[in-house]
Write a protein that binds this ligand. Structure first.
Ligand code: CMP
Length: 157
């Protein structure tokens, strides 16, 4: 099967607001496969690399300290076209403008406190996976319900 990985972080606001279970549940119910999960404090070094494209922007120092006020819950999800699928379920950056039905659209009002990070490209997903997970933290296993999630044709591609 031609699958992708997407890295998801439940940010400190999501953890503090008790939304970890709700967020995991949305990805599970969609049919995505959870292949890694852990709680962690994000170091300065990780955040400088993670948000390298935001370095120099006025909100960068605020963003970094917000990401360190509590642990993040890091997850790796797998599925066909996983990156786009996860981003659709996540919604656009500014919570109050995000589509109703998306995670941010249903639970966030803020541009900074937007609950969740989701990889925005295949290149970003590879970089983020390497920054967060070691190979022994990522699990390859058979998900039996897959035959009811993807067609035979989709599974054979
Ligand atoms: P995300 O899209 O996951 O990655 C970049 C993050 O920076 C974004 O979520 C927000 O949490 C944060 N962010 C983006 N724009 C702003 C802004 N103008 N002010 C504060 N935080 C921001």
């Amino acid at each position: 099967m031609n699958t992708q990985h997407s890295v998801v972080l439940v940010k400190p606001d999501g953890l503090q607001r008790g939304l970890v279970g709700e967020i995991i549940s949305r990805f599970e119910r969609k049919g995505l496969k959870l292949v890694a999960i852990k709680m962690m404090n994000l170091t300065d070094q990780i955040l400088d690399e993670w948000y390298a494209h935001h370095q120099g922007k006025p909100f960068f120092p605020r963003l970094k300290s917000f990401m360190q006020v509590a642990p993040n819950v890091a997850m790796l999800w797998e599925g066909v076209d996983c990156i786009d699928t996860v981003r659709k379920l996540t919604g656009v950056t500014k919570g109050r403008e995000a589509e109703a039905g998306s995670i941010r659209g249903d639970f966030s009002m803020s541009q900074q406190l937007n609950l969740i990070h989701a990889s925005d490209s295949a290149e970003a997903a590879v970089k983020e996976e390497k920054l967060i997970f070691t190979s022994d933290e990522i699990f390859a296993y058979q998900k039996d319900s897959e035959v009811f999630i993807y067609s035979e044709e989709e599974r054979s591609q």
